[in-house]
Design a protein around this ligand. Structure first.
Ligand code: XUL
Ligand code: CO
Length: 430
């Protein structure tokens, strides 16, 4: 496979970048610094593209038979794949990189062996770990949750897996550690002590944070919200819920959000809403870049192709001043019928170009200034007079009542949504 090159917008080659030009400068930083693309180990190197109704359609054993040989071959393929795509980061679960052993001890040992192997690969290629995580959802022992399991033994096993994954993240220089509470939720309150489960979840996050800091982890812990699937009701429902939970348990200084596009839509929000909620709370951490299908009610994890979504995401990121310890991880898989390695390359190229075009348009929107000016002007009544007093906390309900009684004419101006949308289209298709 030849490395994928930037050929520019005139190119019709779907095995080349038309927009992603790593060294192109936007607002004083190169595209690759802004975007920090990452490969998801699980979808890219492990998933055989099976679905609930059928087996996999793409073989992912890399011509090997013994589990540890497959694990090493997987890593070899992955690093070659990232090099070819100019992707400088990756993300993994413990279970992605190493096979399960006969005992928990053996499983964790396998992780340790593969961490050494990955460290060498990183050194050889300059590719870095963005974030690590523990899979505490796929094994059947987690059927009723991990940190929120009714079994204290499962809580302990979860702790052991998280400790090992934090150690792996530190060893490999990862700048983030993710918690996605896949089964941290419930299907029915008839069998659930929600109060104990939520407190146990906080206990686990607190222990993990304390251990990580003690062991020298300087990066961010991330929570990845998702409202449902696999459980009916997941505790980390959306960004606002997670922020409330983190603040209630004193975890908001160490934790930020890892926001996934498809999870946002499952929660009934736009992707931009979730990112903006994290941004205004100073808790925007990282992005899982993918998209869902509006006609399917589950997490389809498709490669992002929606330029509007990518543009609004990049607009928020630019406003937030970028992602410090996070990046754009393609938590995305090719469709089941797209079952060749070439499809996988084309999926990544599509996703990377979508975001590269998105940041170019976001930059145009900011430079054009009409949208920002409109919003600033819409709230101008808070810049002086009574509005300024409200914002500065210099008034009270009695003074406001007196003021309101003296108002002669009230005008609420048009919100001009159509005007604003036409500006977006002008800037998008120029
Ligand atoms: C599942 C999901 C996970 C997390 C990491 O929907 O998004 O892959 O990103 O556990
Ligand atoms: Co994800």
């Amino acid at each position: 496979m030849k490395p994928i090159e930037f050929e520019g917008v005139k190119s019709k080659n779907t095995m080349a970048f038309r927009h992603y030009n790593p060294t192109e400068m936007i607002q004083g930083k190169s595209m690759k610094e802004h975007l920090k693309f990452a490969m998801s180990y699980w979808h890219t190197l492990c998933s055989g593209l099976c679905d609930m109704f059928g087996e996999g359609t793409l073989e992912k054993t890399y011509g090997k038979h013994a589990p540890m040989d497959i694990a090493r071959a997987k890593a070899d393929f992955g690093f070659e794949f990232m090099k070819n795509l100019k992707i400088e980061y990756y993300c993994f679960h413990d279970t992605d990189i190493a096979p399960k052993g006969d005992t928990l001890g053996e499983t964790l040992e396998n992780v340790g062996v593969m961490v050494e192997y990955l460290a060498v690969k990183q050194k050889q290629t300059g590719i870095k770990l963005l974030w690590g995580t523990a899979d505490a959802f796929s094994d059947k022992m987690f059927m009723a949750g991990a940190a929120t399991s009714p079994s204290a033994d499962i809580f302990a096993v979860t702790a052991a897996k998280i400790k090992t994954a934090i150690d792996a993240t530190i060893k490999l220089g990862g700048t983030g550690y993710v918690f996605w509470g896949g089964r941290e939720g419930y299907d029915t309150l008839l069998n659930t002590d929600m109060e104990l489960e939520l407190n146990n979840l906080a206990r686990m996050l607190t222990m993990a944070r304390d251990y990580g800091r003690k062991a020298g982890f300087k990066g961010d812990f991330f929570i990845e919200p998702k409202p449902k699937e696999p459980t009916k009701h997941q505790y980390d429902f959306d960004t606002a819920t997670c922020i409330g939970f983190l603040k209630a348990h004193g975890l908001d200084k160490d934790f930020k959000l890892n926001i996934e596009a498809n999870h946002a839509t499952l929660a009934g929000h736009t992707f931009r809403h979730e990112i903006a909620t994290a941004r205004i709370n100073n808790m925007l951490g990282s992005i899982d870049a993918n998209q869902g299908d509006m006609l399917l009610g589950w997490d389809t994890d498709q490669f992002p192709s929606d330029i509007y979504e990518a543009t609004y995401c990049m607009l928020e990121l630019l406003k937030a001043g970028g992602l410090k310890n996070g990046g754009l991880n393609f938590d995305a898989k090719a469709r089941r019928q797209s079952n060749t390695i070439k499809d996988l390359y084309q999926g990544y190229i599509l996703g990377m170009d979508t975001y590269a075009l998105g940041i170019k348009i976001a930059d145009r929107i900011i430079k054009d200034g009409r949208i920002d000016d409109f919003v600033a002007n819409r709230y101008k009544s808070y810049k002086s007079g009574i509005g300024q007093k409200i914002v500065k906390g210099e008034t009270n309900i009695e003074e406001l009542t007196k003021y309101a009684l003296d108002i002669k004419h009230i005008t609420v101006e048009s919100g001009k949504q159509e005007y604003l949308e036409s500006i977006i289209n002008q800037l998008m298709f120029c």
